[in-house]
Write a protein that binds this ligand. Structure first.
Ligand code: UT7
Length: 311
């Protein structure tokens, strides 16, 4: 098997902040409710003319500025692309002036970035690609009903990108896990016709699913890698609710500082959230050589995806 590493991570968030205090003026909510129930303090909102592909492009630009490698394969992870055609991947590639590459979108909701990483990694094994750019761009604010207090407090807009390389297998991807439970397809819905356009979810059931599935994925990755108590691992989870992350950390005995979270600043940015958290923790030098990173996504579909990386 070809060794593939994560060479660089990039991110981008729009300038405009939407704080809990702002939301208090828009719907019947309080900073106290939002903070204690979700952990979110503020989120970023893209401008009217700033689309999901722009967020992905800026994150990709940030990522590629850190490396001389250029991708032969680009997978855009999004569930909020501004157009069906052209896809987000083509728009990002066009803006980056990339040519001679394969480019397509992948929609696995909040699991999208890790799904794309797994697909990219496996095409690198079988398709002859040595460099893959994963670019996630999500403009959730387009699908949020800012009159619905149960959902409008949760989401933000962002872009995130990762460059995978077979030439530089440091930060090697060791294992991936993908899954879906389509019996839960109606639990998270967005972007449909008429009354299915705005985001809605069965929050309580998705919460339970997320806690259980993340726990299972951590066990599964530890087993597959044969990790012992002496091995140090970090979890970089999808940022949906800090209470989900606290519950998983408690169940699995994971110290708080090893459950990476930046949800307070950005809210739930769907496919971008794991890349955004990875980029930030990497910049803060939180990982040491030999640590393991578990990237874990979960969300609409219901879907889930995990990847283990050795730092
Ligand atoms: O990324 C996709 C995957 N999604 C997830 O992982 C989301 C998982 N679920 C969650 O994060 C949580 O279920 C939510 C944050 C969505 C909701 O939290 P909850 O603790 O499950 O609250 P709830 O929906 O059970 O609502 C409790 C109460 C309700 O009032 P009543 O019926 O008890 O009178 C809601 O109307 O809180 C009320 N409520 C609010 N109150 C003030 C709901 N939203 C708000 C709000 N401000 N913004």
């Amino acid at each position: 098997m070809k060794k593939v590493g994560i060479v660089a991570a990039g991110s981008y968030v729009p300038a405009r902040k939407l704080t809990n205090a702002d939301l208090e003026k828009m719907v019947d909510t309080t900073d106290e409710w939002i903070t204690t129930r979700t952990g979110i303090k503020e989120r970023r909102i893209a401008g009217h003319d700033e689309h999901a592909s722009d967020l992905a492009f800026k994150a990709a630009q940030d990522c590629l500025a850190q490396t001389a490698y250029r991708p032969e394969l680009l997978i855009a992870a999004t569930s909020t692309a501004e157009k069906c055609v052209p896809n987000q991947a083509s728009l990002v590639a066009q803006k980056l002036n990339l040519t001679n590459l394969a480019a397509f979108d992948l929609n696995a909701a909040c699991s999208g970035l890790v799904y794309a990483l797994a697909v990219g990694w496996s095409l690198m094994q079988t398709g002859g690609y040595d460099h893959t750019l994963i670019a996630a761009g999500e403009k959730l604010s387009r699908f949020v009903n800012y009159k619905d207090r149960t959902t409008c407090v949760l989401f933000g807009d962002a872009g995130a990108a990762l460059l995978l390389s077979a030439e530089e297998p440091e930060h090697e991807i060791l294992a991936v896990e993908l899954g879906a439970d389509p019996s839960g397809a109606d639990l998270v819905v967005m972007g449909g016709l008429n009354d299915e356009f705005y985001f809605r979810q069965d929050g309580r059931n998705v919460f339970k699913f997320a806690v259980e599935k993340m726990g299972n994925l951590i066990d599964r990755l530890k087993d597959r890698l044969g990790l012992t108590d002496n091995d140090r691992y970090f979890v970089i989870p999808h940022q949906a609710n800090s209470r989900i992350l606290e519950a998983v950390a408690r169940n699995k005995g994971i110290p708080e500082e090893r459950m990476i979270s930046n949800i307070a600043k950005y809210g739930n940015t769907s496919a971008a959230s794991i890349g955004l958290a990875l980029k930030e923790a990497w910049a803060e030098k939180r990982f040491k050589k030999g640590d393991y990173l578990f990237l874990i996504g979960f969300g609409g579909g219901l879907s889930w995806a995990a990847a283990a990386v050795r730092w």
